[in-house]
Design a protein around this ligand. Structure first.
Ligand SMILES: C[S@@+](CC[C@H](N)C(=O)[O-])C[C@H]1O[C@@H](n2cnc3c(N)ncnc32)[C@H](O)[C@@H]1O
Length: 220
């Protein structure tokens, strides 16, 4: 009995923030320092996602377009797929990642194993089929990072990403987090990037940014 009391008294006090947000604490120490310009965007995504997952019993749902295509490319591409896998090791979460390139699918399977359902295919088609399938349900994080952005020809990429958003719209509801990678400010004001047209759509609907930087993040 006395032993038990002593053990309790001597046990290290838990850091309250780390106890309340176990992934966020892990993110700050292990991943944020690697992520350069994406550290703030991912922080905002995980802060909101962790709060959602902690507040309910059913598994979360993360869907990304544009999978990790190279191992260890933290500052360049972001390694988003690895981050979802890590999150799912702490919170019960289903993770889907789609990429046009079978080599990216292979890399995801090798790096993430069963934690991520990796699919080869066109993202717009994939999202539309998902939204119309029996497994359709509300998405917690929709991370759009497919069709590469070319500054000299910005429209095709921005157009592709708004098509993704339209395709999966039935699976977005109150609280869903939508993020689009690779956005760039103009020195004279305004933005360009993968999320340019989506930004106009969200603005029209009066949905404010949760984060505006290299990644655009909104929460419905
Ligand atoms: C920037 S990389 C994704 C990086 C990854 N999200 C990360 O953080 O490491 C973009 C990927 O989008 C894929 N892609 C391009 N067009 C696509 C399309 N129509 N459908 C699905 N994936 C596409 C490319 O094959 C490429 O692997």
């Amino acid at each position: 009995m006395l032993n038990k009391l002593f053990r309790t008294a001597l046990a290290p006090r838990k850091d309250n923030a780390a106890a309340a947000s176990p992934f966020l604490a892990h993110y700050e120490s292990r991943f944020a320092p690697l992520l350069a310009g994406r550290a703030g965007g991912f922080r905002e995504i995980f802060r909101r996602l962790e709060a959602r997952c902690a507040a309910r019993a059913e598994p979360g749902l993360i869907i990304e377009t544009g999978s990790m295509r190279a191992v260890g490319n933290w500052a360049g591409d972001g390694q988003s797929t690895v981050l979802w896998k890590e999150f799912a090791s702490i919170h019960d979460c289903e993770v889907h990642s789609v990429d046009l390139d079978p080599e990216a699918t292979r890399v995801v399977r090798e790096e993430c194993g069963d934690a991520v359902q990796a699919v080869t295919g066109d993202s717009v088609r994939y999202l539309y089929d998902f939204a119309n399938s029996p497994q359709a349900r509300q998405i917690d994080v929709l991370y759009l990072d497919s069709y590469d952005f070319v500054p000299e020809n910005p429209f095709p990429s921005a157009f592709h990403h708004i098509k993704e958003l339209i395709a999966v719209r039935p699976c977005l509801g109150p609280g869903s987090i939508v993020a689009i990678d690779d956005n760039f400010p103009f020195s004279e004001g305004g933005w360009t990037g993968k999320g340019y047209l989506a930004m106009e759509w969200f603005k029209h609907l009066g949905i404010p940014f949760a984060h505006q930087g290299h990644q655009f993040v909104w929460q419905l």
